[in-house]
Design a binder for this molecule. Sequence first.
Ligand code: GAL
Length: 662
Amino acid sequence: MKAPRIRFGADYNPEQWDRTVWAQDFALMNEAGVNLVSVGIFSWAELEPCTGEYRFDWLDEVMDGLAAAGVMANLANATANPPPWFSACYPDALPMLSDGSRLWPGARQAFCPSSPVYRKHALRITRKIAERYSGHPALEMWHVSNEIGNHNALCYCDASAAAFRTWLEDRYGSLEELNRAWGTTFWGQRYSEWEQILPPRQTTSFGNPTQDLDFRRFSSEACLEIYRAERDLLREITPEIPITTNLTPNHLELDYWSWAPELDTIAVDHYLKANDPDGHIELSFVADLSRGLAGGAPWMLMEHSTSAVNWQPRNIAKRPGEMVRNSLQHVARGADAIMFFQWRASRFGAEKYHSAMVPHAGTDSKIWREVVELGEVLDRMGEVANTTLDADVALVFDWESWWALEARSHPSADVRYLDRVHALYRALWETGITVEVVSQNVDPSGYRLIVIPSLYIADAEIADRVNQFVSAGGCAVVTYLSGTVDENLHIGAPGLSGAFHDSLGVRVEEYFPLREGEEVALDDDSLAAVWTEMVHLEGADALVTYKDGPLPGVPAVTRYRYGEGTVWYMATRLDRETVGRVLKEAVKTAGIKPPIPMVTAPSGLEVTRRSGESGSYLFLINHGTDTAHVRAEGRDLVADRDVGGTLSLLPGRAAVVREESG
Ligand code: GAL
């Protein structure tokens, strides 16, 4: 049995380099403590330069070199981009936009997810690679494709149309059922033959919203089908090797709740948005969502950056210490692998200005010194692997609601799904408690508080579970436009009050969205924006009401004692302080405590605890501007020294304390 360890490494693209560089790579990987690299992700054209003609010598050498250096491979099946010969032979396999125009090859993911011919060739190269490297000593895991669906999830071509119809037949069983679900009596859209149904291509006016939603559901599933087909083949050839693919949970396209059970281990990519001054909070959100996808188990950070990326308008370099801090944040929230894109900065191509573990400046650089430092820290933290976190609060996140809420022909274009998700998450982050991000299939009874930001699509089942949870003593926070429609986007019997109507103790009569930039004053002296609605109290108390705007005197925030529990409802887009106040009250009412008392800790201190058979580990990360002083006993695995009593953490620094028991 190998000792537990945190995996550490990067995407490795040796095909971009001369063989002489490879030996240096292996030596440097050893120097940095790299133990896993993702190899061959974009190498299909190198491995099969012409149809059926294979060239494996270079990859053999790389795999052997890695094995000799003791570095393991997360070997790709190379299907992320088909070679130019493929697109030349099969132009119909290129993705099509909703206006009927085709995209051209020349970047990556130049294929339609439903293309049978792409699938055939992808499985052929997958089989070749799997058979060749099955049993290779460097092979640790399989990396299927790359960020599946990142650029090509929605394809509107005829192959997609045919696959969409098959998917719809499966879902609805009959045209009658589809017509009912899609509400085709509206605007005379009734279908009389399956062949009449198309993907939601560009139309004269607003298309059918349920058709749009189903097309998104289908597209997520079509991308998952690619993963399943390639995974099944790999599993058949190497049943003992774990298989994964890298997810991008902060992207809109795919519903990862249905993907998660199909991966042997959850692996995600995360890149900071450089223009977000609080990017570390969004990072925490994605990490908590990744842990949610993993069902609480450890997960892998498959890609992040050592410094700047190349694809944002202004690519901001990471400040000294930031990369180590980002990495430890992911570990603090359950990651057991810290990997980067990429190992060595490319000299050419679209990503030549993207940072890497070995930057253009070489090893006499801030980046390399920090890479080596991080490698040492992660090596000392090996014992943290396999430990888990406890969370008393669940925040519901739902890709379908994200897709549907932002549809055209809605009351306000300013209502954005992530806006409330991030606002509520941030307020929880600032209380210092640990949050798990969960799907709407969650059983709330394992938590004390459930937070439901704009869960636009909710069925009676989640509403029942929330009602039962609250009446039995749980707490819930719900924001506007939650449970408004069912899975077919139909408004239900409680009208605009939505599926959570019973436990909210309010009735929503009419929406009063605000003009662009308009603000309304509330009686607690805060301002709200974007959204207001005519709310009537039906048992709930008004905590805050509007002072002006379209609804003076109407409740904006309510609280309802429902059975033994309490539900807060936010009927408007509250400002940051007010969201914070409401969430603080909910956390207090639910009796949830942060891992250490936060009263004495300055703002910006992030604290989590991972524990398991190997022990209990307190993670402290200081994002603030003041030194934090916290009580801790044990050994700080970052600084590699004992801590007795008080630990003083400078701004920007992190500590991971193995806590002494008893
Ligand atoms: C990821 C992708 C990598 C690389 C990276 C750059 O989305 O998987 O291949 O392009 O972005 O940040």
